[in-house]
Design a protein around this ligand. Structure first.
Ligand code: ADP
Length: 358
């Protein structure tokens, strides 16, 4: 039996807005699940329904097989970390972390032991006497996390916890959140609009768009087996390139290049005259004409050297794409080059349904 079960969960706000449609998910104990998608797709709404902060309009939420729709947040034994740290400014780090336990009237000695242990996990031992204003953004967010994990609840919910941090702090905190999860083993649901956070932290990712679940899978599955154009374009950085075209004699064109789709799809004839989307990832190409797959003649417009790799912006006719190449192989700009998309790196989507083909 799954630890958490969401069965056909819907949210319709009092103003009639249908924010979440038929959300289905089973979460195992100890799993780290990330809800990812663009702003407004219903991630926070779903998390808040799990937390008990928002009513479930339709469907059933179970904890350990027991209906939890009507349970209050306390009864559900969840702890939540928000984007804003919401620390008490006049209290020390120690008191902020201890606050929940103090309220519950837990023994001073037990509190002391648990605060010290939590501070050790979070690297806050040397900061326990400080006030929040004397901490960096990353340290403040760690205190907020400390306040949540000290309660030793079964379910740990995080809503964009890193979005107030700068890029460097985000990377550090991401690592720390992964470590905390390893150490505490708490079932965690984490909301973000950032695909990198999702890919690096999650056991499983739920990709959402416009209130609908698009795909649920491991980071590996989402990257290599995207179910539709949206997931393919959302997971991966730079995003997957898409070439749209009408199938003519089994081919679509990219500039002067004719791409024989029969190489990839045996029954291409049923798509004759229809529009198709061909996707390939910037990093899944080779900078040569190796005779296999799809060799593409194109123009180099711009290059961005990023260290070990370079983003190469190319055009072929009116189609554009980005290639990610080893920086030692950076081509000159304003020259024509040929690169090859290997067949195994090609994804085909039905342009109408946007679903993957084959
Ligand atoms: P996300 O977390 O993915 O950014 P939200 O779950 O916060 O998205 O919001 C999903 C949609 O529901 C948005 O279009 C948002 O405007 C709408 N929404 C959120 N809260 C309310 C509310 N209280 N009343 C009506 N609509 C809301």
């Amino acid at each position: 039996m799954a630890y958490l079960t969401l069965k056909n969960i819907n949210k319709i706000y009092p103003n009639g807005y249908h924010a979440v449609h038929n959300f289905n998910l089973e979460i195992e104990k100890g799993e780290f699940v990330v809800f990812v998608g663009p702003s407004g797709c219903g991630k926070s709404t779903t998390l808040r329904m799990i937390a008990g902060l928002e009513d479930i309009s339709n469907g059933e939420f179970l904890i350990n097989g027991k209906r939890a729709n009507e349970m209050g947040p306390r009864e559900r034994e969840v702890a939540m970390v928000f984007q804003s740290y919401a620390l008490y400014p006049q209290m020390t780090v120690y008191d902020n972390i201890a606050f929940g336990l103090t309220l519950q009237g837990v023994d001073e000695e037990v509190i002391e032991r648990r605060v010290q242990n939590t501070a050790r996990i979070l690297g806050l031992t040397d900061y326990l006497d400080r006030l929040p204003r004397a901490l960096s953004g990353g340290q403040r967010q760690r205190v907020a996390i400390g306040r949540a994990i000290i309660r030793k609840v079964g379910i740990f919910l995080m809503d964009e916890p890193l979005s107030n941090l700068d890029a460097k702090q985000r990377v550090t905190m991401r690592y720390e959140i992964a470590q905390i999860h390893r150490e505490t083993g708490a079932t965690t649901i984490y909301v973000t609009h950032d695909q990198t956070e999702a890919m690096t932290l999650a056991d499983r990712i739920v990709v959402m768009k416009d209130g609908y679940v698009q795909q649920i899978g491991t980071p590996y599955e989402l990257y290599y087996k995207p179910a539709n154009v949206f997931v393919a374009g959302f997971i991966g950085e730079p995003p997957m390139n898409f070439v749209r075209g009408t199938v003519k004699n089994g081919c679509i064109t990219m500039g002067d290049n004719s791409l024989d789709l029969g190489k990839k799809l045996k029954d291409i004839s049923k798509y004759e005259g229809k529009e198709i989307v061909l996707g390939f990832r910037p990093e899944a190409i080779s900078l040569a004409d190796d005779g296999e797959g799809y060799p593409i003649r194109c123009r180099v417009e711009l290059t961005e050297m990023l260290g070990d790799n370079t983003n190469v912006y190319i055009t072929a006719g009116d189609q554009q794409a980005i290639l990610k190449v080893d920086s030692h192989d950076t081509p000159d700009t304003d020259v024509d080059i040929t690169f090859t998309i290997p067949l195994e790196s090609v994804y085909l989507f039905d342009a109408e349904t946007e679903k993957v083909i084959g």
